[in-house]
Design a protein around this ligand. Structure first.
Ligand SMILES: Nc1ncnc2c1ncn2[C@@H]1O[C@H](COP(=O)(O)OP(=O)(O)OP(=O)(O)O)[C@@H](O)[C@H]1O
Ligand SMILES: [Mg+2]
Length: 406
């Protein structure tokens, strides 16, 4: 049976304190009002916001086990040794990582170092997509629409920007290296230089990283789940954001409030339409920018790409998530599984599809017939990944990369 290593970071089981550095900025949040406390970014460890809950980890493990023998590999400091001890045929990676701006690249880089095939994008793509500005530079180079932007690294940059605005107001500001809407609230829409100064100062102070200021895209928003590699890459049904479900007067963004405060289990936001209710021309235009972004950024197997329309109605890429959120409970409004369900795929089929794509790309057989191969491999002296490829007799690019070939 194929041995499948499963790399993940499990969210620590701790109640999120209220009034933390992310929520403290809201004025309107009172004790006990937050929903989904277990999903809330903790006060002193915002990085845990993207880690997965035990429910998600168990659901993914359950889906993978039907394709082989599963070995859980928590991506903590002992991961390299754990990986070597397990010696899997392939690693299914959802680990968001712990430290630094390349945190999402660590597990894939370690797998590459030891020669273990793994699922999803490579370290370069994961780091690129965790830098919103570098991502947009790549998109712009390839002529893929994305909002004009400027990067503010420190207070001196902010001072220069305020003296001579490089872009027209309103501007939307975001921490450059975050996800899950960490640091993205209604206050990030800056209509005046005073608002810009105040919110950029707050973000620089609290998130200790550069801030990206973008032209505000005023149109409709979509998120697109992409599955595949090369010519067979496909979009699952497009998810449309239904901003009319937000409280009266809310700014039409899918930010921290919508994801973590207003969407309550007892009163869930009807935030998504899937498939989005749009005409065929717009659907085609969204599909084109999404697949182009996936290709030029070198995404593999799966990714979720956020798109918004500009004032002229043109789809612009907002950001790219090569490690998409995959909450298993349909009540949790997780977009990738939602798009999969709309395409007729169960949660298990979605996870299995991703692993099958990764396995096919790297010529790793899945299922029972690998037992014999593994026995032979144990006595060979070349690294596991190369050995598997040789025994399978296939010519595979050693990096496993299909960069720019999608
Ligand atoms: N330039 C922009 N113009 C208008 N709205 C924007 C812009 N950038 C971001 N937004 C809004 O803010 C939301 C969050 O931004 P973004 O997707 O970049 O953050 P994220 O934290 O990486 O998201 P995710 O939770 O998908 O990882 C978007 O879904 C969109 O509603
Ligand atoms: Mg997003």
């Amino acid at each position: 049976m194929t041995r499948i290593g499963f790399a993940y970071n499990q969210k620590p089981e701790q109640p999120a304190p209220l009034g933390n550095k992310a929520t403290a900025h809201f004025g309107s949040v009172e004790d006990g009002e937050l929903s989904r406390l277990d999903e809330e970014p903790p006060a002193s460890n915002d990085e845990f916001a993207e880690w997965d809950s035990i429910e998600t980890i168990d659901a993914v493990a359950g889906a993978l086990s039907s394709l082989g023998e599963l070995v859980r590999l928590e991506a903590d400091e002992d991961f390299p040794q754990r990986l070597r001890d397990a010696s899997p045929d392939i690693v299914f990676n959802i680990a968001e990582g712990s430290n630094g701006v390349n945190r999402e690249a660590h597990v894939p880089a370690i797998c590459e170092f030891y020669g273990f095939p793994y699922s999803g994008s490579d370290p370069f793509t994961l780091s690129l997509c965790l830098d919103k500005a570098r991502t947009k530079e790549t998109l712009a180079y390839h002529g893929i629409p994305t909002a004009p932007f400027s990067v503010i690294r420190d207070a001196a940059d902010l001072g220069r920007m305020l003296r001579a605005l490089p872009l027209p107001l309103p501007l939307f500001v975001k921490p450059i290296h975050e996800g899950s809407s960490k640091g993205i609230t209604e206050r990030n829409l800056c209509r005046t230089t005073a608002e810009l100064e105040s919110q950029v100062t707050f973000l620089l102070d609290h998130y200790r990283q550069p801030v990206i200021a973008e032209e505000f895209l005023p149109g409709a928003e979509f998120t697109c789940a992409v599955l595949g590699n090369g010519r067979t890459t496909k979009l699952l049904p497009i998810v449309g954001m239904n901003f009319s479900s937000l409280p009266d007067g809310a700014i039409p963004i899918y930010g921290f409030e919508a994801k973590w405060i207003w969407d309550r289990p007892e009163r869930p936001l009807q935030m998504f339409d899937c498939p989005a209710r749009i005409d065929a021309d717009l659907a085609r235009a969204i599909e084109r920018v999404t697949l182009d972004a996936y290709r030029v950024l070198g995404c593999r197997d799966w990714s979720r790409i956020d798109v918004r329309l500009d004032a002229a109605g043109i789809p612009n890429v907002v950001e790219v998530n090569p490690l998409p959120g995959i909450l298993p409970d349909p009540a949790d409004n997780s977009c990738f599984p939602k798009a999969a369900r709309a395409a007729g795929m169960s949660y298990d089929e979605l996870i299995q599809s991703c692993l099958k794509l990764a396995a096919a790309r790297q010529n790793v057989p899945l299922g029972r017939h690998l037992r014999k191969v593994r026995t032979v491999l144990k006595s060979a002296s070349t690294p596991r990944a190369q050995r598997t490829r040789k025994l399978d007799g296939a010519a595979v690019n050693d990096s496993g990369s299909n960069r720019l070939s999608a």
